[in-house]
Design a protein around this ligand. Structure first.
Ligand code: NAP
Length: 301
């Protein structure tokens, strides 16, 4: 299965990074893109994002070997409904959404027989969004998880090869398991960051300038995460309700245990706990997953 024409639906951080990374491969792949707003399409044309920018998703998918939906997860169903009747037999349809069960359920019913539907999720991102935020190195040494519904070997192999060519490692996973893993590693941590920044905002005893000037002590990292796109993250929690609530429940229990240790002066409990978490940090560093991909700048291939 050869991928020679790729259609990107939605032209934000992830789609623009895919485009620059495809160009970096040097492979002969034509990329056509489209976005909902004329403003985004205009920007894309101005900065040379995509070989061709067209006005509608229907135009973009014509003759594509691979279609990647790069819109918020809440918008996937409507896009799939639009393009479904215009997909050619044999096309691979994938996405980059941060939740996978909801995408399988929302998109699958709109796709015709003969199309290979393989949802995907590159575990790479920044707090920036929009067509100018992408860069070719975003996926380097990151994981891209594919959650196929069926055993569609040739199409899975072609899509895995595509992601590897962009610098990513590829894993195949059950969609519900993906959602649980991501609730732990990404979704609930984002919610906690949003909460902590919200708490600081509400705490009027601490002035704004103090929050900003003395933010180095941990808070700064929370503010970076809490600057992530509100639409995307609203959709993530709407789409991954069960796993998010499950992990939040566990988080709350642990937090109560730590709160109790502080109140009762149980320093041993705190020390043991922090020692355990420090070890997790070390294993992340050993796996080479400790830094954000550096932002080499828009459009660099
Ligand atoms: P982004 O930079 O905000 O871009 C989103 C794109 O989707 C824009 O082109 C936007 O069009 C379009 N869009 C938004 N709402 C739409 C709707 N209702 N109908 C049709 N198009 C719509 O987003 P992103 O960060 O690239 O995220 C895209 C997907 O990747 C999301 O599903 C997200 O969960 C997933 N993801 C994100 C990250 C991350 O860190 N950002 C990481 C991994 C996966 P306009 O510009 O015309 O408004």
């Amino acid at each position: 299965m050869k991928i020679e024409k790729v259609a990107l639906i939605g032209l934000g951080l992830i789609a623009s990074s895919i485009f620059w990374a495809v160009k970096r491969t040097g492979r002969d792949i034509a990329v056509v893109g489209t976005a909902r707003s004329s403003q985004t399409r205009e920007t894309a044309r101005k900065i040379g994002l995509c070989d061709t920018v067209v006005d509608t998703a229907v135009d973009a998918v014509a003759d594509a070997d691979l279609v990647i939906l790069c819109v918020p997860v809440g918008a996937m169903a409507a896009v799939a409904k639009d393009i479904g009747p215009f997909l050619k037999t044999g096309t691979i349809v994938s996405d980059v959404g941060s939740t996978k069960r909801s995408v399988l359920d929302a998109v699958g019913p709109h796709l015709p027989e003969g199309v290979h539907f393989i949802p995907g999720h590159p575990l790479a991102g920044t707090e920036h969004s929009g067509p100018e935020s992408g860069f070719a190195e975003l996926f380097d040494n990151r994981w891209c998880i594919l959650t196929p519904n069926e055993n569609d070997e040739a199409a899975i192999a072609a899509l895995a090869d595509f992601w590897r060519s962009l610098g990513a490692n590829v894993d195949v996973m059950d969609p519900d398991h993906h959602d649980l893993v991501l609730a732990v590693t990404s979704h609930v941590p984002h919610l906690i960051a949003y909460t902590m920044v919200g708490v600081a905002d509400d705490l009027h005893r601490v002035t704004d300038s103090e929050v900003i000037n003395y933010s180095a002590a941990g808070f700064r990292d929370f503010t970076r995460i809490a600057a992530s796109d509100p639409t995307m993250w609203r959709d993530v929690f709407m789409a991954n309700k069960e796993a998010s609530l499950e992990i939040l429940g566990r988080f709350t229990e642990e937090l109560f245990a730590l709160q109790r240790a502080i109140r009762t002066g149980d320093g041993d409990h705190l020390h043991d706990y922090f020692t355990r978490t420090r070890a997790i940090r070390r294993s992340i560093i050993e796996a080479g997953q400790d830094t954000d991909a550096p932002n080499f700048g828009r459009g660099k291939t």
